[in-house]
Each structure stands twice: as structure tokens, then as C-alpha cells.
Design a protein around this ligand. Structure first.
Ligand SMILES: *Cc1c(COP(=O)(O)O)cnc(C)c1O
Length: 371
């Protein structure tokens, strides 16, 4: 049996280092605002080449904090892409705003820049959220950043899946206006529960995010904004501080695995492998049609190999939106992606033998169905 993800593969020293931290935090009752929070934010700034990192409760809150800090509020319109985790859309509603859902370029599995341009002309967006799904950067990212900058529309980059991803040889977060990530346990850098972070190089934005995440506080009992409680707790920060010591090894293990998949899978790649090998998150196959995908998933199930379909449904098809009159510019590209995509196991310290076994099963089934 090979799982889709195995969170138990950790470095030999990891567990004891974590327990030592728990011991000390517990002894000192340092549960909130402990030393580990500052240390984590410093570590995150250094690793992601950004000036400010504001830790928070989870990745969904991080998007909400970014939206609010960018001035997005009730009835404002926010452009999002149709292939993302539901939380991207939910975050827009949760700050009182309304999403405008636009379709994707299949080769990119990300927001179609032409549609973004049209949507900016047609609607009156207060912000745009691009999601770097699978840790891939959109091949039009520079163009999209420029487009938003010229129109003075804040571009929020949902990097929940792109921690450790590179764009033009730098951290993908480095040159974004404002971006977010999640430390949900199965993300590239996972917590012992949940956590999130907002990154920016803009001091004023950073101050706003910090304030919103801490009850709009000026002082202990003085509040000049309506925020909420989204502080990360010290235990999560401590776990992340231990994990981040090993992050380069973990990402290296993912990239090594990805290269094997990339070189050995006989599946024609329907996407441009632009920054593909720099992606730290997910292994992705996009097949020519659903029949091939479904056949291969059956074979994987028979062989007890884990896989996932991220995502099986476009955001615009979620039941929660059915009664809402959503604004959108859509073709069928997200549906096509959902019907053809297959995510194979890719986690730190997956073994060479495991990857070889997966490649063999996928190639054999692919040959069987296409011959
Ligand atoms: C995981 C994820 C989120 C939400 O993060 P949580 O920490 O679970 O709230 C948001 N956007 C994307 C693209 C994600 O993958």
C-alpha cells in the first residue's frame, strides 16, 4: 500500500525537538504571543524573501485578513479563478464582498489573463485573488501583477499550496503585493493543527493585517478597528519553527520525486511545464479525456496506491452558490481540468521504490487504455 500522503515521515530528530518545545511552553504557560511567534515570523521572512510575515489562525483567515487590509468590504466585487479550493471563494463572502468567477487556461491550470483583462473592464473589482494551485505559478503571473498594478487593483496571491515554490528563481512571495499561505498539516509546511500567514513588503498593509488579526487593537482594551481573533497560538509556531529547520530537505525530496515522475511518466503533458519542476507541492497529470483518467484511477485503487483529484468540481458548481446569482466569465476549461486531472502521491521522503511502483502502474494502465 502506498498512501497519497504520509505525514508520519519525519526526520529522526524531529519528534524530540518538538517535545522539548512543548515542555518549555507548557512549563511557562506561554500559550499566546510567546517567543516562538516572533521567531517564526523572522524565519518566514527570511525563507520567503519578504519584509513582513504576519502569522494568523489559518489560511482562510489569511485571505480574509488580506482582503480586509486591502479595503475590501460589503458588496465589493472580487475576481477569483474557477479552479481553487473553496476557501478562496468563501473568504470573499466572509468579508461581505461578492466573487466574480473567471475561467482558467488549461495549459496553466490557472487564471486566464485574457479573462482577467475582460473582467476588469466589465466589472468594478476592488481586488483580484489569484491562487497558485499545485504550487504552480501562472505563466502570465508577471503580466497579471502588472495589469493589476496599472489599474491600481490589489492582487492577493493565495499561496496556500505554493510555500517553497519559486518564480523567476525567487520565492514566489517575494515580489507579490500581498500574499497568503496556510499551514494546514498536509501543506508544504504543515502545523500541528492549523495556522496561516500573510506576506507583504508594504509596511502599512502589514500594520493593518496585524491589527485586524488582533481585535483591531491599539492597546489592550482600546480598539480603533473591527477585526477578529486570528492569532496563531505559540504551540503551532513552535512546531513550525522545528519543521522549517528541515524545509529545504523536505522540498528537495519533493522535487527529486517530481523529476522522476516527469522523466518517467509516459502520459503526454497537456500543460506547459513552465515552472512545473519548481513547484513544491503536488504531482499532477492532466489526461486527454476523462475515460483515461477514470481507467487509471481504477487500476491505482486495485494496486492500493493512493491518489487524489484536486479538484473534482469547479468553484462555480458548488451547491452553496446555487441560489446565489454569481457573476462570472466562464468557458468549460475548469470542467475539463476537473474531469481529467489526477494527483499522484508526492510527499517528503516518499521512497524511490514507491515512486517506481506508481510510475509502473500508471504507465502500464495508460498503455493498456490507449493501445
Ligand atoms: C488549504 C487552502 C486554503 C485554506 O487554508 P486553511 O488553512 O485550511 O484555512 C485556501 N486556499 C487554498 C488554495 C488552499 O489550498
Amino acid at each position: 500500500m502506498i498512501p497519497f500522503i504520509d505525514l508520519n515521515r519525519k526526520e529522526n530528530t524531529f519528534h524530540n525537538e518538538w517535545l522539548k518545545k512543548v515542555n518549555s511552553i507548557s512549563k511557562n504557560s506561554e500559550f499566546l504571543e510567546g517567543k516562538d511567534i516572533n521567531l517564526l515570523e523572522e524565519n518566514l521572512c527570511r525563507f520567503n524573501e519578504v519584509d513582513y510575515a504576519i502569522s494568523c489562525a489559518n489560511g482562510t483567515d489569511a485571505i480574509q485578513l488580506a482582503l480586509r487590509a486591502c479595503g475590501v468590504g460589503v458588496r465589493d466585487e472580487v475576481i477569483i479563478q474557477n479552479n481553487t479550493f473553496w476557501a478562496t471563494c468563501e473568504a470573499v463572502y466572509n468579508v461581505g464582498a461578492i466573487p466574480i468567477i473567471i475561467d482558467i487556461e488549461l495549459q496553466n491550470a490557472s487564471m486566464d489573463a485574457k479573462y482577467l483583462k475582460n473582467a476588469i473592464l466589465k466589472f468594478n473589482p476592488k481586488a483580484v485573488i489569484i491562487a497558485h494551485i499545485y504550487g504552480w505559478s501562472n505563466s502570465q503571473l508577471e503580466n497579471i501583477r502588472q495589469m493589476c498594478k496599472i489599474k491600481k487593483i490589489p492582487l492577493i496571491e493565495d499561496g496556500a499550496q505554493s510555500f517553497g515554490s519559486l518564480y523567476q528563481n525567487n520565492s514566489i512571495f517575494k515580489n507579490s503585493y500581498i500574499s497568503t499561505t496556510s499551514f494546514y498539516p498536509s501543506k508544504v509546511l504543515g502545523a500541528a493543527g492549523n495556522g496561516g500567514c500573510v506576506f507583504t513588503n508594504d509596511k502599512n498593509l502589514a500594520i493593518k493585517v496585524r491589527k485586524l488579526s488582533n481585535h483591531g487593537r491599539m492597546d489592550r482594551y482600546l480598539h480603533d478597528a473591527i477585526g477578529w481573533n486570528s492569532r496563531m497560538d505559540t504551540l503551532q509556531a513552535a512546531y513550525l519553527n522545528v519543521s522549517i529547520k528541515y524545509i529545504n530537505e523536505r522540498i528537495e525530496s519533493r522535487r527529486k520525486t517530481q523529476k522522476i515522475y516527469h522523466n518517467q511518466l509516459e502520459v503526454p503533458q497537456l500543460y506547459s511545464p513552465n515552472n512545473y519542476l519548481d513547484n513544491a507541492d503536488c504531482q499532477v497529470c492532466i489526461f486527454k479525456n476523462q475515460r483515461i483518467r477514470d481507467f487509471i484511477t481504477e487500476e491505482l485503487t486495485k494496486e492500493k496506491i493512493g491518489f487524489s483529484i484536486i479538484y473534482p468540481k469547479p468553484v462555480s458548481d458548488q451547491i452553496a452558490l446555487k441560489k446565489l446569482n454569481i457573476k462570472s466569465i466562464l468557458n468549460k476549461n475548469t470542467e475539463k481540468l476537473c474531469n481529467r486531472i489526477l494527483n499522484l502521491p508526492l510527499f517528503p521522503y516518499i521512497t524511490f521504490n514507491e515512486v517506481e511502483k506508481i510510475v509502473t502502474v500508471v504507465n502500464k494502465s495508460y498503455r493498456k487504455i490507449t493501445s
